[in-house]
Design a protein around this ligand. Sequence first.
Ligand code: PGA
Length: 242
Amino acid sequence: MMKIIVKENYEDLSKEAARVIKREMQKKPNLVLGLATGSTPIGLYKELIRRHKEGLSFSQITTFNLDEYFGLDSSHSQSYHFYMQKNLFDHIDIKPKNIHIPDGTVKDVKRYCAEYEEIIKRVGGIDLQILGIGSNGHIGFNEPGSLFTSRTHLTKLTESTIKDNARFFEKKEDVPRFAITMGIQTILEAKKIILLASGQNKADAVAKSIEGQITSQVPASILQKHPNSIFILDKAAASQLK
Ligand code: PGA
């Protein structure tokens, strides 16, 4: 079942997401948490850091990130490794050995992706997966047209995603063309999913995902089939919902 929560603004959305995570951590201190990057979860991570300062411990948490650019190493300022350290991990008590982010520098990608899946399985699967959504409806880097049955794999970014992400790079040509991403099936196997969307430029993708047909052209629409997914939106992102 899909649950929709609409908050007044980005700050409230971030606080709500942090509350859900905290509740899940209280139920299961060794929670396996799937994490996302991009602009949207930054407020959530700030809120988690604030709660950590107030005593919330991440020492038993295991994390798996959704994706990483292919070809960027962890020291690159736009890599998702760098992002996660800067925006969350440097400020909480998570154990480095419990952090998993796809490695965009591996040689044997196929084998590496199979291993990533294997590690997720070994820890008992992802309990709670955080997602953003692309303006084209992508989740992770599973672009329109991706198979719902996909698992962690190397994928090519669409022009629309390259354009959306160009703001983080000096020029559009610098945006990597490929990424390693969890597949849609990997994401769907998470026991609970929270999708966060903020801002007018997500409104169309959000409306199609929640009220439209389930289609691989809008990857997030498959979440309609997930037994426990929550969309946390701000008013702007919810503005095209009927
Ligand atoms: P954003 O990206 O949070 O930077 O908008 C979301 C996504 O592409 O999944």
